[in-house]
Design a protein. Structure first.
Length: 129
């Protein structure tokens, strides 16, 4: 798949709430994901598809997901970005029981038809509901 095809499929799967399937289908076995800040059990840098899947599973298990959206992809050579929002309530940790509107820019690099690197840029607002 070319970069735009990978990006469109990622957006399609994320809009359907199929984040785990997106990793299984679109990420290279040795892909690297880099978060903007520490969070969860995996830290900022996650390497390899099994660790990425575990991180996705952790997020789903530890947050009530109320909704979200994805805008994009916006391609540039072998890279693309998407803009994502997610409305969640944390189940544990420092934001336990707080509803948050998470917004992020997600930057992906594609090689050989698979995502080899993802970087996330974000901030969020916490509002007790």
């Amino acid at each position: 798949m070319d970069t735009m095809t990978v990006g469109k499929r990622l957006v399609e799967l994320c809009r359907a709430g199929e984040h785990r399937k997106a990793i299984e289908e679109l990420y290279a076995d040795d892909a690297v994901s880099i978060e903007a800040m520490e969070g969860g059990p995996k830290g900022r840098v996650t390497k390899g598809k099994p660790a990425l899947l575990a991180g996705s599973d952790w997020f789903v298990e530890n947050h009530e997901i109320h909704g979200g959206d994805v805008d994009g992809p916006y391609p540039h050579d072998d890279e693309f970005v998407c803009f994502m929002t997610m409305d969640v309530t944390a189940k544990q940790g420092p934001f336990a029981n707080q509803r948050m509107e998470m917004k992020e820019a997600a930057h992906y690099r594609v090689k050989g038809g698979k995502i080899v690197e993802s970087k996330f840029y974000y901030g969020f607002d916490c509002n007790e509901q």
